[in-house]
Design a protein around this ligand. Sequence first.
Ligand code: FES
Length: 160
Amino acid sequence: MDEKTLDKIIEKYPYQAGRTLGILREIQISEKHIPMDTLKLVSEKLDTPLSDLFSIVTFYSFFSLKPVGEHLITVCMGTPCHVKGAEKILQTIQEHLGISGETEDGKFFQTTSDNKFTVEIARCFGACSMAPVLHVDGDLYGYVTADRIPKILEIYGWKR
Ligand code: FES
């Protein structure tokens, strides 16, 4: 993000309350992630230690330090979902999208090579009664089974 664009965002938040989160949120939406050089600029401009901003960005799952694909799939790995087979759901998604690998930086986050899908995990959506649960671009899917995964992915442009 160029400095002029960032300045315009910062101008929208003259008051302290919610300022940092609001600015970071706008950067995330605009860039689909928080570029590290932009985070450094925010740190200078708000006179806030970079480590504080880094803590915020890594704490809230809404923020990402890496670019997010066109569609974001979030698989819930909270205990009720885990017990009801979330691990199998995640594996099936990975197999269909051709991605694999382990957690990076303590955060599970994988993007397909064509940048169409990013897969991440979360701890609870508050929809445990529908476990196992996943989100795609904010759409909630409950009682998910491995068999339903292809149909769900197709809604977002995945092709068999
Ligand atoms: S544990 Fe998955 S929605 Fe609560």
